[in-house]
Design a protein around this ligand. Sequence first.
Ligand code: FES
Ligand SMILES: [Fe+2]
Length: 360
Amino acid sequence: MFLRNAWYVGAWGTEIGRQNLLRRTLLNEPVVFYRQEDGTPVALEDKCAHRHAPLSEGKLVGDFIQCPYHGLEYDASGACVRVPGQSNVPPDCRVRSYLAVERHQWIWVWMGDPALANSDDIEDFHWMDAPGWVAKGERMHLKGNYKLLIENLLELSHLAYIHATTLGTGAIAEEQMTFDRGDRDVSLTRWIMDSPVSNMFQKLGGFEPNEHVDRWQRVTWTPPAFVKLDVGAARANTGAIDGDRSQGFGYRNLNAITPETDGTSHYFWAQARDFRVDEDWISDLFVQSTHEAFSEDLWIIGLQQENMDTGTTHPRIDINHDGAAIQAIRMLEAMIEAENGAAGAVSGATRRNSQTPLQS
Ligand code: FES
Ligand SMILES: [Fe+2]
């Protein structure tokens, strides 16, 4: 069960146009995306009301989408407006439409009750298109439940192991984080003081090999599955921990995870920076090296999911580093329960253990 009354990222704006109709499964529902002639994005149920063929295999006729099978046409509200060979349209002939808003380079979709939707509630990702910033990223596909990726992003001690040759250094796992649970967010902070610089940070920050740095990780989760990181490093002992970042560099790693199915997810991410914004090679290096690192995450999470899917998984054991992730998943579960009613949300399948149930 997913949180439905929430805005999710459905696609990059660049993925949607007039030529290629984009089919994407979100929260177990097939959705087709396209743009009207004025560029407005549209998201409809990708299942024709007639015989359930996918509209995404059809074509656009003006602002209408035509089913490839028998030619029924639908408008942007999902209402059928034309049936070939007859003058009347059968009552109730419509597909579901989803509210779609383009903001911060992404197409946001509301999969829940339209009466509760307010575009002011779209998560703040202003770094994606703010003046003075440049942001670039991609969508990756995760063969795992979205909550596993939330946990991953809130438990950065894994940098020392899974990302040993990309983002990580051994020192990260030895440092404890501090975390705070707010009314509607969980944040964590970790400082790794006076330690060797990672390979990626050396390239991006212009540090010498083996130079020591003070490195920060400030991570904020908001529901359902947004994780924003303020990360960076400065030359060791130059005051970064007290707010002086002049001897280093930092950037934002922005993550929006959208469930595809119970066991798969869409991972939208971008790296945003406000330094050397005209240097495309830095954007490319960011994307390339982050893709490499995140592939390591998706690999291990996919294997986690496979293990969990065997059905023989024992209750999970928690360690100190899990604190922030446990709080976030608890808050998300509580919201899902509140939305669906406690009786519907709590079942043996969703409660594998007392702290961090991980099925949707
Ligand atoms: S299935 Fe779409 S028109 Fe028949
Ligand atoms: Fe990771």
